[in-house]
Design a protein around this ligand. Structure first.
Ligand code: GLA
Length: 359
């Protein structure tokens, strides 16, 4: 099913709009190229056009998180997610789901309630069953859990409402609590690819903690298919260490998706990069990191955390210090990083064809 949909998403005849260079290059290389998108921004025709042209996968940036889906315990609000699903259908694109359990972006009624672990477990099960089940034929891959590990915590697992505050019944048992969530997701959509999503670029210790948690899940037979690499980078990222970490994580034997790539630059008050040369440095970082991933046959998706520099979380998060982290500028024009990605996809295409010819 996955490969059929992959073919459809890269097929220019099935995709009704004109594809641009990035989506075409990804299609030739047999990989997916995605963007996290916001349903409200689709009201802007330029944003809508960019979304349809450049990408073969869409991922709701926030619309599938608990705070967006669950205004109250009784109500599921799928309206924002459905707008994105409808857009993807019209554009011949796949949809990636994000995220079923995370320590952040949870609604106040959930954070503030004094649930017993057994009740919270029932609630999480019901949520996963309902959301994953609703989109079982439409969402090809899910980030089931996000940022479970934290190498700075005593036992290496991030404190969260799902783990130990109060947790769903496995507090003190490391990554064990996520086993349940992967199993519930598998039962709700047997064909969806199930991912753990985290950021190995943070520190070498984070990358090691990710490998240990995934290793535990695999040893226990947990249904996990892939590892999502967030990759929120900037000009200080140690690329050589990151590329080594990606190669090391590939030895786990899972599919790899780059899920949240952005490369933050110092910006001026108008949001543009402070130094023109930084746009080339950004392109080099994208080139090197994506090349390191695509050198591995298990790397099947490159996804940006946003469409254009005018719709990125970085300026607000960095209080105006950083921004301009994406492939398209604020006027939706391709930046040097866009060309770098097209180039790296062309190389991946040539290399994959040569290695196919050789076998
Ligand atoms: C994490 C999450 C994303 C997004 C980003 C930026 O990486 O996985 O959903 O919220 O932070 O905020």
């Amino acid at each position: 099913m996955y490969h059929t949909s992959l073919a459809a998403a890269s097929d220019p005849i099935r995709a009704p709009r004109i594809c641009d260079r990035l989506r075409e290059a990804a299609g030739r290389a047999g990989v997916l190229v995605g963007a996290a998108i916001a349903s409200e921004a689709l009201a802007d025709a330029s944003y809508r056009d960019a979304v349809s042209r450049h990408f073969s996968v869409l991922q709701p940036e926030n619309a599938l998180k608990w705070a967006a889906l669950r205004p109250s315990r009784e109500v599921f609000d799928f309206s924002h997610a459905d707008v994105i699903l409808d857009t993807a259908r019209a554009n011949g694109q796949l949809v990636r789901g994000h995220v079923l359990a995370w320590h952040a972006y949870n609604p106040a009624w959930l954070r503030r309630s004094a649930f017993e672990p057994a009740e919270l477990s029932r609630l999480a099960h019901e949520h996963i069953d309902t959301v994953v089940g609703r989109y079982a034929d439409d969402i090809f891959a899910w980030d089931v859990v996000n940022e479970v590990v934290d190498e700075t915590c005593r036992d290496g697992i991030r404190a969260s409402m799902w783990y130990d505050r109060p947790g769903i019944g496995w507090a003190g048992h490391g990554a064990r609590y996520a086993d349940e969530m992967f199993r519930w997701a598998r039962a709700a959509a047997p064909n969806a690819r199930l991912f753990y999503n985290d950021d190995p670029s943070v520190t070498p210790e984070r990358s090691g903690a990710i490998a240990r948690a995934v290793g535990e899940w695999l040893d226990r037979g947990v249904p996990i298919d892939g590892l999502g690499l967030q990759l929120h980078l900037d000009l200080t990222t140690d690329r050589s260490r990151l590329c080594d970490a990606i190669a090391e994580l590939a030895t786990l034997g899972l599919e790899l998706h780059i899920t949240e790539l952005d490369v933050a630059l110092p910006i001026r008050s108008d949001g543009e990069a402070r130094e023109r040369g930084d746009l080339d440095r950004q392109a080099t970082i994208c080139y090197e990191v994506v090349r390191a991933c695509l050198a591995l046959p298990c790397c099947t998706l490159i996804q940006m955390w946003g469409v254009d520099d005018g719709h990125s979380w970085i300026p607000a998060f960095s209080r105006g210090a950083l921004g301009a982290p994406l492939l398209l500028d604020r006027a939706f024009r391709p930046k040097p990083a866009y060309d770098a990605l097209v180039a790296v996809l062309d190389i991946a295409d040539a290399e994959r064809r040569l290695s196919g010819d050789a076998t």
